[in-house]
Each structure stands twice: as C-alpha cells, then as structure tokens.
Design a binder for this molecule. Structure first.
Ligand SMILES: *Cc1c(COP(=O)(O)O)cnc(C)c1O
Length: 373
C-alpha cells in the first residue's frame, strides 16, 4: 500500500518523548516555549509574534476573534479551502463568501478575490495550495486599498516563502498545522502568527482560559496562590511538551523532508511529462519556494475518476484536496465558481511524502502509464 500522505516519526522523536516522560512534566512547559522560539526562527520573525495552538483550525477560529469578525461581516475565502476555515468564519456569525481559484495553481488570485469583495468584507483567508504561495503582492495591494485584513492559512506551506519571506507571516494572522497528515507532524498541534504585538498578547490569554499570566497572579497573591483573574472567557487550546518535543525534532528534520518531497516531485515531472492526457503542476514562480505538500495532476473528468480507481486497485492511494465548500449544502451558497468546479472534477493529488522510495515513485509512475487513457 502506498499512502498519499504519511508522517516520518523516528527514533529521535521517540527518545524526545521518553525524556518528557522521565521529566514527569507532560503539560505545557519549557519545551513548548523552545518550540515556539525555534519556529519563530524558522519563519524569520521575532519570537513574540508566534504562539503555539492545539490545532490550526482553532487558530482560524481565534483569528476571527482577534479581528473582531462577527454578525453582519463577510469573509472571503477560496472555495477550495479546508473545511475548518469555512467553519471558523461561519461560527463567528460572519458570512463565508467563497471565491474562485486559478484552474492550474488552485490558488485564489487578486482577480478572483476582487470579484467577491463588498463593503461588508472584513477579511480574506487565503491558503497556499500544495505549498505553492499565492501571488501575494497584488492581493496585499487590493486588500490594503480596501482596508481589509489578510489571514493566511499556511497549513500547506510550513516551509514555503514568497519573495524571501515565510508564508504565514504576510497578513494580520497566519496559522500552521502539525496534524497527522502534514509535513511537520506532532500528532495534533499548530502555530499562530500575529502581526500586531497586542493581538499576540491577547491570544496568549484566549488560548488559556482567558487567564492572566500565572507568574503575575502568583506574585500578587502570595498567600492565596489559587486565586486568579479572568480577562476574557477564553478556551483551552494550548500545545503540550509531548507534542512540542516531537515538534522540535521534526523542525530539525524539516529541510530534509522538503528536499525529499522535492525529489519526488521532480521524479514525477520527469517521468510523466510526456503524457499528453495528463497536465502536471505548473512551474513554481521564480520568487517563491514550495513545501511540496501536494503533487496534483489534471485531466478530463472521466479519466480522473478512472485513474483514481485504477491506482486504488494497485494499492496506491490518491485524493483530491479541497472539496469545494460552495458545494457543501451546509454553507448555503448558490454561487457558481467555474474554475474550482472544473478542477474538483479533473484534479487528483498523487502520493507525495518524504518516506516514498524511488521504487515507490517508479511504481506509481508505471501504474499511471499503464492506464489505457
Ligand atoms: C490540515 C489543514 C488545516 C487544519 O489543520 P488542523 O491542525 O488539523 O486543524 C487547515 N487548513 C489547511 C489548508 C489544511 O490542510
């Protein structure tokens, strides 16, 4: 069986978790602080902008709170978004307004976003499909001119850069995910970026019950250290030192993971490039780097479904990310978004992860080439 995505957790992570067990402190502690610091360094931002979070979906929910988004507001997001992004908008009371994507990159563009802006638009949530950055400069110009906040769902783009700067650090708020299907995996977990220091400070409370920093109240209540203050009614959405110990090891391995994924990507490009019936992912823009999270191919609708079934019969698992949210009835959208609708019928994500051997990739290639297309 060849998985479409797969984590690479090894001896180093097991030993790091063993050390956490031995320390007898498995909650949020020094390792989580260390992980936040290391991740800030990885993104090239000051440590205070970065907060760890229980998962990226929670981070998107928190983004709505931080930006004060709610009833009467609209938030634009590409219809090919992770369902958690749509849920974060809808549950805030705002209306999710879905925009189209470029058929080839599957990213939102300044044009597809502009088509859906109204005077009620408060924010735009973009993701970087498969790890390839959106063309952010024209999007930033559009939003700056209209006074609309950018939220970056950087779950696909843990190691991607646009014009030399990390994806996830371009907008007001950015989120990354470390769930079981991502590149850097901690089981569950994530990071949040906030541009404004006051948002980052508020976030620290929102992620832990709305409580004032514990060191502060310990000092104020020397004799009754069980007393506390609550500023806002926060949830509890923190990472712990077990996950962070794994994350620190994974972060060290991340450049190697991305290099291997790139090698897999390049093998597919070389070995499938001559198939007239199959379009490969477009070339990476010159001013961008990718995390190589997805490798997606496009063909006709009937061939896409046949290819998926044929590969599954050979124990090769594929998928399509992300099912268009405007076609999910729960969101109550009746818009037509032609490029996304076409892409959802004709696009297939092939196996790509750092544990794939050259032989595995050759097996996928041979299976694709054997399809009577
Ligand atoms: C996985 C994913 C998320 C959600 O991450 P969790 O940590 O599982 O909540 C959000 N957005 C995108 C694009 C994703 O791929």
């Amino acid at each position: 069986m060849i998985n479409v995505f797969q984590p690479s957790l090894g001896e180093e992570e097991a030993q790091a978790v063993g050390r956490v067990f031995a320390s007898n402190w498995v909650g949020r502690g020094k390792l989580t602080d260390d992980f936040e610091q290391a991740f800030a360094g990885h993104c090239g931002v000051a440590r205070g902008h970065i907060r760890s979070v229980s998962c990226a979906t929670e981070g998107l929910f928190q983004a709505m709170t931080l930006l004060g988004i709610g009833s009467g507001d609209e938030v634009v997001l590409p219809t090919l978004s992770f369902v958690g992004a749509g849920n974060a908008v809808a549950s805030s009371g705002a209306r999710p307004v879905f925009c189209d994507v470029d058929y080839r990159t599957l990213n939102a563009t300044a044009e597809t976003i502009a088509a859906r802006l109204t005077p009620r638009t408060r924010a735009v949530v973009v993701l970087h499909y498969g790890g390839v950055p959106c063309d952010l400069a024209p999007i930033m110009d559009l939003l700056a001119a209209a006074g609309i906040a950018l939220i970056e769902d950087s779950a696909c783009s843990v190691a991607s850069t646009y014009r030399g700067r990390a994806c996830g650090t371009w907008g007001e708020v950015g989120v990354w995910s470390f769930d079981a299907m991502k590149i850097l995996v901690t089981g569950d977990g994530g990071m949040l970026y906030c541009r404004r220091p006051e948002d980052s400070e508020r976030l620290e409370r929102l992620l832990y019950l709305g409580m004032e920093q514990t060191s502060g109240f310990a000092q104020r209540n020397k004799d009754r250290w069980w007393q506390f203050e609550v500023k806002e009614f926060g949830r509890r959405a923190i990472m712990n030192d077990i996950a962070s110990a794994i994350g620190l090891e994974q972060l060290r391995k991340l450049p190697g993971f991305v290099a291997r994924r790139r090698a897999v990507h390049d093998m597919y490009d070389r070995e499938l490039g001559d198939l007239a019936w199959l379009a490969l992912p477009p070339a990476l823009p010159a001013d961008a780097t990718s995390s190589y999270y997805f490798y997606w191919v496009q063909t006709t609708a009937s061939l896409r479904d046949r290819l998926a079934r044929h590969l599954r019969s050979q124990e090769i698992y594929t998928t399509f990310r992300y099912y268009p949210l405007h076609q999910v009835s729960g969101y109550g959208s009746d818009i037509r978004l032609p490029a996304a609708e076409a892409a959802a019928e004709t696009t297939l994500c092939l196996p790509i992860h750092q544990a794939l051997s050259d032989d595995d990739v050759a097996r996928v290639v041979a299976a694709i080439r054997a399809l009577d297309a």
